[in-house]
Design a protein around this ligand. Structure first.
Ligand code: AMP
Length: 174
């Protein structure tokens, strides 16, 4: 079985709508050695940031964020779609091509001593991760970096992220 996790990301054209090439991570997740190799690589770049919490973005950010948090022995904070978190939340809304979207975090989930690294699967236009970054700061945590499995470089999302933060992409496409 391969540990070459990049070869296990499948391109699915025209999903969920025409013109989008969806990056399907399910073959990677289905390979124990590949998933393990990816998390080890991710941990190597994130550990020097000395996080106390990983903030995973719903929903594929939960998968990688949880594995990373477990690997590092730190906490996992969930950044979710609206109406999913049961206690008091803080929200951030961001613009999409058509309309807006919102992400939420528990209002009491982070403390001033928390060093937080945001994790998601894909950095595309950057709107989601930029909103997540604002949310971490609004919630009172210290953002210390952002990490992605893949960056779609041609979309320029990195420019929307806080410029004073380290941004890691384990695999850059375009
Ligand atoms: P964006 O806000 O444009 O950076 O989009 C990031 C979010 O959308 C991430 O949570 C990704 O999971 C998802 N996403 C965007 N583009 C793709 C793509 N081509 N394949 C898979 N997921 C994507």
């Amino acid at each position: 079985m391969t540990t070459d996790w990049k070869s296990l990301i499948a391109d699915v054209p025209d999903f969920p709508k025409p013109g989008i090439v969806f990056k399907d991570i399910t073959p990677l997740l289905a390979s124990g050695p590949a998933f393990q190799a990816l998390i080890a690589e991710l941990a190597e770049v994130v550990a020097p940031l000395r996080p106390t919490q990983i903030a995973g973005i719903e929903s594929r950010g939960f998968i990688f964020g949880a594995a990373l948090a477990h690997h590092l022995g730190v906490g996992l904070e969930l950044i979710r779609k609206p109406g999913k978190l049961p206690r008091r939340t803080i929200a951030e809304t961001y613009a999409l091509e058509y309309g807006t979207d919102t992400v939420e975090i528990h209002a009491d989930g982070l403390g001033a001593a928390d060093r937080v690294v945001i994790v998601d699967d894909v950095l595309a236009t950057g709107g989601t991760a930029a909103a997540a970054a604002r949310l971490v700061e609004k919630a009172g945590g210290q953002l210390v970096g952002l990490a992605f499995i893949m960056e779609l470089g041609f979309l320029g999302g990195r420019a929307k992220l806080p410029q004073d933060q380290p941004v890691f992409a384990m695999h850059t496409i375009g």
